[in-house]
Write a protein of this length. Structure first.
Length: 126
């Protein structure tokens, strides 16, 4: 089954994806996770990102869940390496995209929280 990820905890069919988030995410909260600028982010052990065409897909090997990503989320995930914190990732994205750093900080923290709740990113400290 292929799912598209997005914002605001809603599934979207043909609506355009948000500027920064993966298109159409349905979030199942597994707990409250606070993402701050110093939070180091890494992919979950069973998650892999594959670049396809103009975007990327994320596969969760354990569940077989497949997610499609837009270009901005692909750029975000490309910078998640287990060594960089959120602030460093946002700085790199600011070099790549013309966007206000404050806006990007908030959007990427929200995206990281959503990706953690979906099991794509590892929870901080896990």
């Amino acid at each position: 089954m292929v799912r598209a990820l997005g914002s605001h905890d809603r599934l979207i069919d043909s609506a355009p994806p948000p500027r920064y988030l993966i298109s159409g995410m349905s979030v199942a909260w597994r707990g409250v996770v606070e993402i701050v600028s110093g939070t180091v982010l890494r992919l979950a052990e069973d998650a892999s990102v594959q670049h396809v065409g103009d975007g990327a897909v994320v596969l969760l090997a354990r569940s077989g869940q497949l997610y499609t990503c837009n270009g901005t989320t692909e750029a975000f995930l490309d910078k998640v390496d287990g060594a960089r914190n959120l602030d460093q990732i946002v700085d790199l994205l600011c070099e790549e995209f013309e966007v206000d750093k404050g806006t990007l900080d908030q959007d990427m923290a929200a995206l990281a929280t959503d990706l953690i709740s979906e099991g794509i990113l590892a929870a901080p400290g896990a």
